[in-house]
Design a protein around this ligand. Structure first.
Ligand code: HDD
Length: 700
């Protein structure tokens, strides 16, 4: 791939074969061209089918290879979607680190990102309520650096030794393997109660963060505390943050539930389609930095992964940008075989004594050994773009052929010595550690509720009500009264009103008092509303324009053009996926429009917004179509912006059927519910409503 700027893509090209190259002929794995791959060699004649011969090397090879196609799915984060892209540093952080990738603003670093859900199997649905993984591999000139993060800044547990417990409790229950990809079951909530340290995280898990509208519209967090070292030998603690340019947006729960059935690949497709369309998703890269001397200045331990560093105390410094701009050529060899390790760091970046991170550093390398084998870092997607040389040898599936007579260091030839620091050798920060050997942590690790309350206090009213409904849903799915009954007592430590509402909904103890004094503080950056883009945008939003024969072509073409100009993706939906003709258009000579989908093929849930142009005959047809009415009603119920012109105004009004809603068939009305109706098409108001409705989610 001559001229390819992305060094990793160029590197991958050397391992890539194109199936569409017409010169290929089918061969066996050992290179012999095959003449017939449809019929197993057998003893047969025209009038008699005889036994198949074990002798057939091609038949056996084909079946053997098929039998072994699968590798173990990831024990967590099994379902995911990945893409290539680049990282650009916009501002040098040389005051705090010597890492080339965080100091050299002239270089663009190739990256691969894999998003995932945590609990479900590889084939589970995308839109389930779950934490999302956000793992980034930077192919830097100094080696691979992985930030293996989530879309929530905190974690359920403080110590890695508890990881098997939290995952066992969340995964399907052991006796019947139910439920798939759900936290709504007894064991998950039993674990949450038994571990007060999980309180902060489960509040996040019950918020809109766990039902993102798109991978492209969620934040990413390294979660753990890492360290940065600069040229002066100074060390800082650091947290890594990704913030999407499109803002942070979520589904409403009913949408997420329905899409899990209607389109289980919704997020995977959404990412794929945006990249194919050239609407490259972008994130700002931020760091929060605390000098080593200030480690103990906070009322929480900064090494505790169940805590955020509130922005008021530790501001985020945005220094870079991540862009995803290329889909994979093959899912298995890239998205499935990519393997991340928190232990992959480069000079200038280090670990902290965060007890969750330290355990993770052991776990990831270990899991790759069983998932991919000892030579997993030779796989094309995992291979660094910088030179790799050492005396690690052999093992299953070794690819590199290393010439020479020695395979150890030091050797009599003085060959392949370690690199000194000036040559880029990684030198650990010399940290003085004094302590007792004991299974314990600092006393600040024992406080678990303050930030759970801080998070809840910081949410907007609609977000709070979503937390209530999520808890109501989840605990309703627990059938053990012990499990759902006592959760309300935990919630009473956070917010009495919430606890009482949950108790009312799901049963269990009705708390009478706030059992932990509230601090009533709030912090910025915890509510999703804090991330509305400075310039509101509807780029990449999917808008369904519903028409039938006799539609108003001016309104249809007008809104379509306006939406396209704003970077949105209009789709035409009609009763049939065949040509639809406008009012006055002659069917024998007119061109008509070909609908992208028919009303039964899709659902309103799969679009961000719905628009119905006028046209007496079209609207009359839609009125009589129960599915069309359902589209409007459902979109309204999911708080989506709905637009209508001309005759469609009354159709929308009747479909939504809400008292007090203002409608206009003459002048323009933008109803407070986000419904825009007008006699003449005015795309601007509709665009504004669209931005509001899904961006702010003001209504419950
Ligand atoms: Fe983990 C995968 C994120 C704690 C052990 N983890 C995995 C992935 C992500 C995270 C995004 C998928 C990577 C990919 O796409 O291939 N994990 C986290 C975060 C954590 C966390 C943000 C808390 C801060 N994880 C954690 C602990 C342990 C693990 C405490 C074990 C002690 N995680 C694993 C694993 C996985 C994994 C078993 C499964 C597949 C893999 O590593 O490559 O080793």
């Amino acid at each position: 791939m001559a001229g390819e700027k992305n060094q990793k893509i160029a590197d991958l090209a050397t391992a890539t074969k194109d199936v569409h190259d017409k010169s290929w002929r089918i061969t066996s794995d050992y290179g012999v061209k095959q003449n017939n791959t449809d019929h197993w060699l057998s003893v047969a004649s025209e009038d008699k089918t005889g036994p198949m011969l074990l002798e057939d090397p091609f038949g056996r090879e084909k079946i053997h290879r098929f039998d072994h196609e699968r590798i173990p799915e990831r024990v967590v984060h099994a379902r995911g979607a990945g893409a290539h892209g680049k990282f650009t540093l916009l501002e040098s952080a040389s005051d705090v680190t010597s890492a080339g990738i965080l100091t050299d603003t002239s270089c663009e670093t190739p990256i691969f990102v894999r998003f995932s859900t945590v609990l479900g199997s590889r084939g589970s649905a995308d839109t389930v309520r779950d934490v999302r993984g956000f793992a980034v591999k930077f192919y830097t000139q100094e080696g691979n650096w992985d930030i293996v993060g989530n879309n929530i800044p905190v974690f359920f547990i403080q110590d890695a030794m508890k990881f098997p417990d939290v995952i066992h409790a969340g995964k399907p229950e052991p006796h019947n393997e139910i439920p798939q990809a759900q936290s709504a079951h007894n064991n998950f909530w039993d674990f949450q109660f038994m571990h007060p340290e999980a309180t902060h995280m489960f509040m996040w898990a019950m918020s809109d963060r766990t039902i993102p509208r798109s991978y492209r519209m969620m934040q990413g967090f390294g979660v753990n505390t890492f360290t940065l070292m600069n040229d002066k030998g100074e060390r800082h603690f650091v947290k890594f943050i990704w913030t999407p340019e499109l803002g942070v947006h979520s589904f409403v729960w009913d949408e997420a539930l329905k899409i899990a059935g209607q389109d289980p690949d919704f997020h995977r497709k959404d990412l794929w389609a945006a990249i194919e369309a050239g609407s490259y998703p972008k994130w700002r890269f931020g760091i929060q930095v605390i000098p080593e001397s200030k480690e103990h200045d906070f009322d929480f331990d900064i090494l505790d992964a169940t805590k955020v560093w509130p922005e008021e105390l530790v501001p985020i410094r945005y220094i870079g940008q991540l862009e995803l701009n290329r889909n994979v050529d093959e899912y298995f060899t890239q998205t499935e075989q990519v393997a991340f390790c928190t232990s992959h760091i480069v000079p200038g970046i280090g670990f902290s004594n965060d007890p969750l991170l330290q355990g993770r550093n052991f776990s990831y390398q270990d899991t790759q050994l069983s998932r991919l084998g000892v030579n997993w870092e030779e796989l094309p997607i995992n291979k660094p773009v910088c030179p790799v040389m050492n005396f690690n040898r052999d093992g299953a599936m070794r690819h590199t052929i290393t010439k020479g007579t020695v395979n150890y260091w030091p050797n009599r030839f003085q060959t392949v010595p370690p690199a000194i620091q000036e040559e880029g050798g990684y030198v650990e920060y010399a940290e003085k550690i004094v302590g007792m050997k004991a299974r314990m942590k600092s006393s600040k690790f024992k406080e678990h509720k303050n930030q759970a309350e801080l998070f809840y206090n910081s949410l907007s009213a609609p977000e709070k009500s979503h937390v209530l409904n999520a808890l109501g849903f989840e605990l309703d799915h627990c059938d053990d009264p012990v499990v759902y009954g006592r959760m309300t007592t935990r919630l009473a430590e956070i917010d009495l009103e919430l606890a009482q509402q949950v108790a009312e909904m799901v049963g269990g103890e009705m708390p009478q008092e706030q059992t932990r004094p509230k601090h009533n503080k709030t912090a910025k950056g915890l509510s999703q509303l804090d991330y509305a883009p400075e310039e509101p945008t509807i780029a990449t939003r999917m808008i369904a324009i519903i028409i039938a024969d006799g539609y108003d072509a001016i309104a249809y073409n007008g809104i379509k053009a306006a939406l396209t100009a704003a970077g949105a993706l209009p789709f035409t939906i009609s009763p049939r996926r065949n040509k639809i003709f406008a009012a006055g258009e002659d069917k024998s000579t007119g061109t008509g429009v070909t609908a992208d989908h028919h009303l039964e093929g899709m659902r309103s849930t799969l679009f961000d917004s719905v628009f119905v142009p006028g046209g007496a005959q079209s609207v009359e047809t839609l009125r009589k179509n129960g599915r069309a009415v359902h589209w409007i009603r459902e979109a309204f119920g999911h708080l989506k912006a709905i637009g209508a012109t001309g005759e469609a105004v009354m159709f929308v009004k009747d479909a939504c059927n809400l008292p007090g809603m203002e409608f206009s068939t003459s002048g323009e009305t933008v109803d407070s519910y986000g419904v825009v109706t007008t006699a003449q098409v005015n795309p601007q108001s509709f665009k504004e409503a669209l931005q509001m409705a899904k961006g702010a989610k003001d209504f419950v």
